[in-house]
Design a protein around this ligand. Structure first.
Ligand code: ZN
Length: 453
């Protein structure tokens, strides 16, 4: 049992919102750009007509309809390829999965063999791909020739017992026409223009191994079996703690990714998340910009910092799983409440094993040492960069609220703020209605807080 306070940061809150905003901007910008470019592209590259049978002696005036027919034919051809690839995964048929690859791109073929094996190993309950909009990239045309068709592709999947609704992630595929057929020639030309975490899913990054528990799925590097099983056990314990100490009814399952990779999904352990042991990111049933600006969050996956993989335990995981359990609520809750609640759950787990003395000692340290370093509740802006113990103070605020209004009411407060706390006025109104306090008076109350021991 470690006495070290769990101190893992998750990219919830402002950073997540910034990521979402960036994604929306990219998606919207991309569509506008593409519509203009598509017309231009069709005009300047009538060679796409190659897929339709040219009618000899057709007058020039019918050219636009020929282009439209070629675009429609290309759409059907690419849809067919995407369908075939999904069917190949379901059937475990590697030759079928590789059948539409450009035979000249040996590197792509090798990578796609690994991708295929990974997708089969994930054992999706549902898997499908669909074309979103075309994107125009002069560099891709230079690299792949005049028939280049660069398209954003939506991958829709459902992992049994993890995703309770199908979720969507995005990819960018480059197709070319050769010898009268369309071929997939590249899968990363669009990566830089996609949303955060696109083409960085667990199965996109090298050969993986999946370890499963009843409500736990863990992905590790191929052959890292022992670690995978240990994380399954720790995650099952962490899941039990969240179920015991956080009263919200939720799906109650967890997906943990522990690869030797610094960038997985929207976790960035090489730069902004470098100090974090783990990070919880969102899955989307509808991506930001797809149906609504914010998208629809379906749940969350946990990504472990590669440098911390040896130190994964139920304390760390119960913190992260609390974020997963609240991921689909809306994300408007203040960070002090999100991180404070996650700390609350993991410290309840410690208390159950070590007894209340350990927790009491830590609580007193936060009161004596961390609290005087701040003059208000930690704000969302700069939360993860703050050198003061903002996790400890956030935990103290949640402990205080539990003492004042009870755990069930704190959970209701969390849910209301996560759904509706989109600005400070709304947050203060919700907090005041449910606790009799504003953030300012909650802070003053903490200064005179005497824990009941
Ligand atoms: Zn956290």
């Amino acid at each position: 049992m470690s006495a070290t306070p769990p101190n893992s940061g998750a990219p919830t809150g402002p950073r997540r919102w910034l990521g979402l905003l960036a994604a929306v901007a990219l998606v919207c910008g991309g569509i506008v750009y593409t519509v203009e470019q598509r017309t231009q592209d069709a005009r300047s590259h009538p060679v796409v007509v190659r897929t339709s049978t040219p009618t000899p002696g057709t007058p020039k005036a019918t050219k636009p309809s020929k282009i439209a027919a070629a675009v429609a034919a290309r759409r059907i051809a690419v849809d067919t390829i995407l369908l075939r690839r999904a069917q190949a995964v379901a059937a475990g048929n590697e030759p079928l999965f590789l059948a539409d690859l450009d035979p000249a791109n040996k590197k792509l073929i090798a990578a796609q063999k690994i991708l295929f094996a990974n997708l089969v190993e994930m054992d999706f309950g549902e898997l499908g791909y669909s074309q979103a909009e075309e994107r125009f990239d002069p560099a891709a045309v230079r690299a792949h020739g005049s028939t280049t068709y660069l398209v954003r592709v939506l991958m829709r999947y459902q992992i049994p017992k993890v995703d309770f609704t199908p979720v969507t992630t995005e990819l960018g595929y480059t197709f070319i026409a050769r010898g009268g057929r369309w071929l997939l020639t590249d899968d990363d030309d669009l990566d830089a223009d996609l949303g955060p975490g696109a083409h960085r899913e667990a199965w996109d990054l090298g050969r993986i191994e999946v370890q499963r528990g009843p409500r736990v799925l863990v992905v590790v590097e191929k052959g890292d079996t022992k670690r995978g099983r240990a994380i399954v056990r720790a995650a099952a314990e962490g899941l039990g703690e969240v179920t015991r100490y956080w009263p919200r009814k939720w799906a109650g399952s967890v997906f943990v990714i522990a690869l030797d990779e610094t960038d997985v999904r929207d976790a960035r352990f090489a730069d902004e998340d470098i100090e974090s042991a783990a990070s919880t990111g969102s899955t989307f049933s509808s991506l930001p910009g797809q149906d609504t600006a914010d998208g629809t969050v379906a749940g969350g996956y946990i990504v472990i910092n590669p440098n911390e993989r040896d130190r994964v335990d139920e304390i760390l995981l119960s913190h992260e799983i609390t974020h997963v359990a609240t991921a689909d609520l809306g994300g408007y809750e203040p960070l002090w409440l999100a991180e404070g609640s996650a700390e609350y759950v993991s410290w309840r787990g410690i208390e159950a094993i070590s007894g209340p003395a350990e927790v009491g000692k830590w609580e007193q340290e936060v009161i004596d040492e961390a609290l005087p370093q701040l003059s208000a509740l930690p704000t969302d802006a700069g939360f993860y960069q703050n050198s003061a113990d903002v996790y400890g103070v956030s935990w103290l605020a949640v402990r205080y609220l539990v003492q004042r209004i009870g755990l069930g009411n704190v959970e209701d407060l969390y849910e209301d703020l996560a759904r509706n706390g989109n600005d400070q006025a709304a947050r203060d109104r919700i907090l005041l209605t449910r606790t009799g306090l504003t953030e300012a008076t909650l802070w003053s109350a903490l200064a005179t807080y005497r824990p009941q021991r």
